[in-house]
Design a protein around this ligand. Sequence first.
Ligand code: MN
Length: 236
Amino acid sequence: MGPVIGLTAQYEQLVNKKMLEINNTYVDAILEGGGIPIVLPIVMDADTIDNYLDLVDGILLTGGGDISPLSFGEEPIKEIGSICIARDKMELELFRRAYERDIPVLGICRGLQIINIALEGTVYQDIFVQLPYSIAHVYSENVSQGFHTINILKDSLLYEIFGKDKLVVNSQHHQSIKDIGENLRVTSTTVDGIVESVESTNDKFVFGVQFHPEAMIYNDKEFIKLFNYFVNKCKK
Ligand code: MN
């Protein structure tokens, strides 16, 4: 059996339903990468979160809605999107405990921002208002195709995986990293300086991307390499 990867999910609280939702692209990507995906429901109890971590070999923090700016010490600006405090709290706790236990973590889009905030970093609540000269970072019509170019540092996991210093990736985010968290470094950016990936500077495996490699795999098999790499790091 391959490494078991715990995937976080979106929590939609409707009038008479509380729905846990996950885009199946994450499930496909982990399977293609050689892992066994399991979805982790949102819970508040720290012991249950520890129990989740007993079951998995790695964590994938998935994409989703905005993170409450209260979690990094700011009040919301009016461009903030939908937020879910319960998901924020659960993922921040899950990350901190996984980090403590040296369990590998991959963060995608919102997941990269969760990693950064958990390590005392901050994010732009809305890049188009707060960074008016940024290029376009939201293209939702077809997320399985590339949209903008990222420039990759040669001494980085991303370069190790793809062997390229430029990569065309999709983009579907209006938030991005502002101040980088502790023990993290930026490893790729777009031409406007927006952070598109980070990795740990210590011996823990923490890797985050702002784009959506899981959505690219259907058009471009090369992106499976990223999941292969992550799943291999999760082997006991
Ligand atoms: Mn982007």
